[in-house]
Design a protein around this ligand. Structure first.
Ligand SMILES: Nc1ncnc2c1ncn2[C@@H]1O[C@H](COP(=O)(O)OP(=O)(O)OP(=O)(O)O)[C@@H](O)[C@H]1O
Ligand SMILES: [Mg+2]
Length: 223
């Protein structure tokens, strides 16, 4: 479970403080399927970066399973992030010089955790599950957008995270392919109890999530 308590994120802009997030209280429980919605510039990505432990707040506390992350060293924080969260982005963020298999294995290569499974076997079974087994040695720029996003989801899953954070995961896909990606995230949530949080502009995608966290001008207006 992730808890934000009075969390702010401010930037100095021309000598003045600008609050991208302002005094946020939010709990995301294990197994939730939620969306973060709001206008451009409202703070959605900033919120996602904080929930995903990619960034630290300038005020307030973030607790992961009751532990205040402010008390963690940089090494412990990146270890926690690597094991706890999988990220999916609008631009897929795959490395074009690496094959599909190598992209999926990257988080496991960077990990310091002793795993009780063989990452390569998990990569293969994820690709099989996503119908991409014959693309394992392809390069990302040789496969379709929908296939790239599936590979990115497999990469997000390689460490068996509790939480998947997806920032506009369908933004670069046509409607039908986007719906398939959301369906896949729904399945992972339902079948494996992975918490899924999707940032989206698209009301039809938000409508598919059980919880809508609405944000405006850095404040949560509804959740
Ligand atoms: N490094 C920074 N310095 C100053 N301001 C920033 C910085 N990063 C973000 N902001 C500002 O914080 C606000 C929130 O940005 P954020 O990227 O979270 O919005 P968003 O809701 O994700 O928007 P979009 O829908 O366009 O992706 C914006 O006004 C943005 O300009
Ligand atoms: Mg954004």
């Amino acid at each position: 479970m992730i808890k934000l308590s009075g969390v702010s994120k401010s930037y100095d802009v021309g000598g003045e403080k600008f609050f991208a997030l302002d005094n946020i209280y939010l709990e995301i429980n294990d197994g939730e399927f939620a969306s973060i919605v709001g206008p451009s510039g409202s703070g959605k990505s900033t919120l996602m970066h904080l929930v995903g432990l990619l960034d630290q707040p300038t005020g307030g506390d973030i607790l992961v399973d009751g532990k205040n992350i402010a008390h963690l060293s940089d090494v412990s924080l990146s270890k926690l992030r690597n094991e706890y969260v999988g990220f999916v982005f609008q631009q897929f963020n795959l490395i074009n010089k690496l094959t599909v298999r190598e992209n999926i294995l990257l988080p496991a290569i960077y990990s310091r955790k002793k795993l009780d499974y063989i990452p390569d076997e998990r990569a293969r079974s994820l690709l099989l599950r996503f119908g991409l087994q014959d693309r394992i040695d392809s390069y990302p720029n040789k496969i379709s957008g929908g296939q790239q996003q599936r590979v990115a989801i497999a990469r997000a899953l390689i460490m068996k995270p509790k939480l998947i954070l997806a920032d506009e995961p369908t933004g670069n896909l046509d409607t039908k392919t986007g719906e398939e990606i959301i369906k896949l995230l729904q399945e992972l949530n339902r079948e494996e109890n992975i918490t899924v949080v999707i940032v989206t502009h698209d009301p039809s995608i938000a409508a598919k999530t059980k919880r809508k966290i609405k944000i405006q001008d850095g404040k949560i207006t509804n959740n």
